[in-house]
Design a protein around this ligand. Structure first.
Ligand code: PLP
Length: 376
């Protein structure tokens, strides 16, 4: 049985307040949010609207700009493919970076088979793109820039506001994958020049299988083609009976994140700092990512010359990740770390520790002890 959980970037537990908010919508308030003729439906509809407000408040949007999906993978597919379907005949160039999540890279790769031109910007040793290189990548055909807010493997935070500004100066839209940043970093879609943005409940103490997509409603109003057609739910953008309990959970998670971010940041980053200070005393151990600009809960550490199998064995009963957990079906070295210039072997020897609300200093001490034994 795993006793220390340090894989919060893969998924988080549902916290009590979120679960409590959701439960009535499985039982008492089980209505269909599209049922317009009775109170069961109205109550469900009202709960969905409240969640729209809670999500919008977290990111500085308007409630009408939020639609619900099954998670970030779906939101990303809708943002990219939905936009491409509407505007692709006029503009068929998209700019992204090499360290994006596979939901972005594989969606773009599919578009490239249908006449789209994709520019994949390289990153430096800490995972940052070069803004000058971004500026020179635009053509008159550039439709959008897809850059994540914070990287899931290293926590590296991108200069979002500047990227959005550059995209707008070049008449392109900016889609930002904020799956890992939401709830940990302040986001204001207007200030940050973001036109579309996705979040996922299960990365912020909400349930799995529910997420949201923000779609700017004005200046410019963005039109997307739906990927899922049916009864015309959510302005015909994403048909299907709404997952009301899940949506309520996402809304509540956003409401809590809005107030908890600051305290969590202070407590959790202390744990991370101690872990890093202690582990980097070991020989040939270094940190991957931008230590000046990172999510407070994430560290990615390379234990050079130690095999992934040995490290995982040493960290008995500790849940960590080697590469991206979201694509753990894939045993290859992390595309993020390789893009940052690590060798395949260094990437394989790198471990992501992602902290959460319930971690303790005692757990950090135990991990340091386990890793020190591996080097004894
Ligand atoms: N984008 C990033 C940065 C992620 O970390 C993940 C999942 O880990 C996703 C997208 C996909 O999210 P979901 O699990 O909600 O589909």
């Amino acid at each position: 049985m795993t006793s220390i959980y340090l894989d919060h970037n893969a998924t988080t537990p549902v916290i009590d307040d979120v679960l409590a908010a959701m439960l009535p919508y499985f039982t008492v308030h089980f209505g269909n949010a599209s049922s317009k003729t009775h109170a069961y439906g109205w109550i469900a509809e009202q709960a969905v609207e409240t969640a729209q407000i809670q999500v919008a408040n977290l990111i500085g949007a308007q409630k009408e700009e939020i639609i619900f999906t099954s998670g970030s993978t779906e939101s990303i597919n809708l943002a990219i493919k939905g936009l491409a379907a509407v505007y692709g005949s006029k503009k068929n160039h998209i700019i992204t970076s090499a360290t994006e999540h596979l939901a972005v890279l594989n969606s773009l790769s599919k578009l490239s088979k249908n006449g789209f031109v994709i520019t994949i910007l390289p990153v430096d040793r800490v995972g940052q793109i070069d803004l000058q290189q971004l500026k020179s990548a635009f053509t008159e055909k550039t439709l959008m820039v897809c850059i994540m807010h914070a990287n899931n493997e290293t926590g590296t935070i991108n200069p979002i506001k500047e990227i959005g500004k550059i995209a707008h100066e070049n008449n392109a839209l900016f889609f930002c994958d904020a799956t890992q940043a939401a709830g940990k970093v302040n986001i204001d879609v207007v200030e940050d020049n973001i036109d579309m943005l996705c979040i996922s409940a299960h990365k912020m103490y909400g349930p799995k299988g529910v997420g949201a997509l923000y779609i700017r409603n004005m200046q410019p109003k963005i039109i997307l083609a739906s990927l899922i057609d049916g009864g015309g739910h959510q302005n015909d953008l994403r048909s299907g009976t709404l997952n009301v309990p899940g949506i309520v959970g996402l809304g509540k998670a956003c409401e809590i994140a809005l107030t908890a971010t600051w305290d969590d940041g202070i407590l959790i980053s202390r744990l991370r700092t101690v872990l890093e200070q202690r582990l980097t005393l070991l020989p040939n151990v270094f940190i991957n990512g931008d230590i000046r600009n990172r999510l407070y809960n994430t560290t990615n550490i390379c234990f050079k010359n130690k095999s992934a199998a040995d490290i995982i064995k040493a960290l008995k009963n500790v849940a960590v990740s080697n590469g991206s957990a979201c694509s753990s079906a894939n045993a290859a070295a992390s595309h993020v770390l390789v893009a940052m210039g690590l060798t395949e072997s260094e990437a394989q020897s790198s471990i992501r520790f992602s902290f959460g609300k319930s971690n303790t200093m005692q757990e950090v001490e135990l991990i340091v002890e386990m890793m020190t034994k591996l080097y004894a």
